[in-house]
Design a protein around this ligand. Structure first.
Ligand code: GDP
Ligand code: MG
Length: 597
């Protein structure tokens, strides 16, 4: 295909603003999917995505479109993942495009994710086409929100397209505008081939399917390709385009988007952001922007039933084939037995992994409280990255650095006070505030990532009656006064409850956990102190009183058989107990204490 006839674009939108529905309509209007074959959200293939209505893995598709001049164009629509955890994947998808359709729900207006994605698009120098969607809704206020968009983009509000992904109104005009406004790709057709990987998925039948955008040169089928990040080479078994089903082609040239199959079985061998070149005539330098996936959030995953441990290991092995960002290693816990320490891109990623393990592999799991990665410098000058509270150094600590993120929150102005209060309680630092209109405000905060991964989003939603939207991006790290808090049962540390927290919050955590455990752990034959400690300093204490006296007291002294029966009953109840020192604790109590309410 002549690059002048190609247009590569993505749709960026806040969740639920109608990206998938609009994509469906584009498939239909361009004739790629016949109307009678159409089912809602054709491109969202994973079950969890369909149920949650979010796009986890991107899908891309080639669309033929005549254009106003009837010359016949080739459009490539690249469907970006829609969540902050996957910012790097989003940025690679955007880098594969020259333009972006900025889709805004005409009944909602701009939300946090709209802005975050818009900024990413601008960083990638994309041409942005703003579009108001859902104009068929009675509640739509296109004039009002056109003004909001125009204010941010500095464009004429009347130039903003109005469409309905549901009825199809305005979709043809949008496709025409994509052809007219978005620049054709440019590249050097004679140079050694370079293609950027913007997505890679595992397919049980075909192995890894890698999506690429060709930047320079030409890739032809049956050539041997080379991954520039690590120099590995692979046979090219198939090259093709998606329209909407995979269709093999002989070659892909400048500006074209397609897929390649090499027979590799693990997405780690075909990483997002990497550059593909040809072994025979390799390019000298890769396309910029590659980076290894970096877990931001860690948590322990344990089978509730210990005998499921081998199954869990197997399941993680399989899941890793299609999730290059998932990291794990074995871990043992006194409270929970054998399990794994897992690293995730963020909270949603963590939830998705856990849900897939439970659903696709039929496991019942418990996870420990998530934590971020801390950089700890000890007094002797050594430095370590702590991903697990149990690795916190014992000796003197000189400095602790924690990751911070830049948050964007958009909400009706009446909630400004409540949001500020919440952010301050989470150690947030106000960076700026803008009014999108008289009634809606954008707040920008710098905040520790560790504060966001504990129900921040839920708190924000409940304080704003669901009206606030949130997005955040990595913003380096900061020095912080952080400490490790241990929870002790009769002087023994219970590893699963150790946590890293800010000095000012350690006390509250200690009080909360000791109280919770006192409720959950049954009485023993002796008194059991539950303590929270920072190092050797006790900061909170509860006591479980001894039970023996009470049990025997009920026996009115005399009847010895009755006494024995009671004691035996007590013994029976101790099955499925874990020993922490001399203390017997039902596993259920640990699980209940760990699950957040
Ligand atoms: P996404 O999260 O951006 O992919 O949004 P979806 O395409 O999944 O749409 C979210 C919800 O909005 C769904 O219930 C859609 O049926 C609905 N929706 C999408 N587009 C329109 C539209 O143009 N008009 C109306 N009335 N509803 C729409
Ligand atoms: Mg969607």
């Amino acid at each position: 295909t002549d690059p002048a006839m190609i247009r590569n674009f993505c749709i960026i939108a806040h969740i639920d603003h109608g990206k998938s529905t609009l994509a469906d309509r584009m498939l239909e209007v361009t004739g790629v999917v016949e109307k009678r074959q159409m089912r809602a959200q054709y491109l969202d293939r994973m079950d969890i995505e369909r149920e949650r209505g979010i796009t986890i893995k991107s899908q891309n598709v080639r669309l033929p479109w005549a254009g106003v001049d009837k010359r016949g164009y080739t459009l490539h629509m690249i469907d970006t993942p829609g969540h902050v955890d996957f910012t790097y994947e989003v940025s690679r998808s955007l880098a594969a495009c020259e333009g972006a359709v900025l889709l805004v729900d005409a009944a909602q207006g701009i939300e946090a994710q709209t802005l975050a994605n818009l900024y990413l698009a601008m960083e990638n120098d994309l041409t942005v086409i703003p579009v108001l969607n859902k104009i068929d809704l009675p509640a739509a206020q296109p004039e009002r929100y056109a003004a909001e968009i125009a204010h941010i983009l500095g464009c004429d509000p009347d130039s903003i397209l109005r469409v309905s992904g549901k009825t199809g109104e305005g979709v043809e005009e949008l496709l025409d505008q994509i052809v007219a406004d978005i620049p054709a790709p440019v590249g050097d057709a004679d140079a050694p081939a370079r293609a950027m990987i913007f997505d890679s998925i595992y397919d049980i039948y075909r192995g890894v399917i890698t999506y690429v955008r060709v930047v320079d040169g030409r890739i032809s089928s049956r050539e041997r390709i080379k991954m520039m990040s690590n120099g590995t080479t692979h046979e090219l078994l198939e090259l093709g385009v998606i329209s909407p089903d995979p269709t093999p082609v002989m070659s892909l040239g400048v500006g074209e988007v397609g897929y390649l199959i090499t027979g590799v079985k693990d997405v780690r061998q075909s990483r997002v952001g990497d550059t593909v070149t040809l072994l025979n005539r390799p390019a000298a330098t890769p396309i910029g922007g590659y980076r290894d996936p970096k877990p931001m959030v860690y948590s322990g995953l344990y089978p509730v039933d210990g005998s499921e441990y081998p199954l869990l290991r197997d399941a993680l092995d399989k899941l890793q084939l299609n999730d290059a960002a998932l990291m794990w290693e074995p871990e043992t816990s006194t409270a929970l037995g054998f399990g794994f320490r897992c690293g995730f891109l963020g909270l949603l990623h963590m939830e998705i992994v856990r849900e897939r393990l439970e659903r696709e592999f039929d496991l019942t799991l418990i996870s420990t409280a998530p934590n971020v990665v801390y950089r700890v410098v000890t007094d002797d000058g050594s430095e370590l990255h702590v991903t697990n509270p149990s690795d916190w150094p014992e000796g003197k600590i000189a400095e602790v650095h924690e990751p911070v993120v830049k948050c964007t929150i958009i909400a009706p102005t009446e909630f400004t006070g409540a949001i500020m209060e919440l952010c301050q309680s989470r150690r947030g630092n106000l960076q700026g505030m803008d009014y999108l209109s008289e009634t809606r405000v954008e707040l920008r905060y710098m905040m520790p990532l560790g504060e966001i991964i504990f129900d921040f989003f839920d708190s924000l939603k409940s304080r704003t009656r669901g009206y606030a939207s949130l997005d955040y991006e990595e913003a380096g790290e900061q020095l912080s006064d952080l400490v490790k808090i241990d929870i002790l049962l009769q002087g023994e540390t219970v590893d699963a409850f150790s946590a890293i927290a800010h000095k000012d919050k350690a006390y509250a955590y200690g009080v909360r956990m000791t109280a919770k455990l006192r409720e959950l752990i049954p009485r023993q034959q002796f008194e059991v102190p539950i303590q929270a400690a920072i190092g050797s300093r006790i900061i909170a204490r509860e006591t479980i009183r001894a039970i023996r006296k009470d049990v025997l007291a009920k026996c009115y002294g005399g009847d010895i058989t009755r006494k024995r029966k009671l004691l035996e009953k007590q013994k029976e109840g101790k099955k499925k107990m874990k020993m922490v020192g001399r203390v017997e604790v039902p596993q259920d109590a640990f699980i209940a204490a760990l699950s957040t309410d």
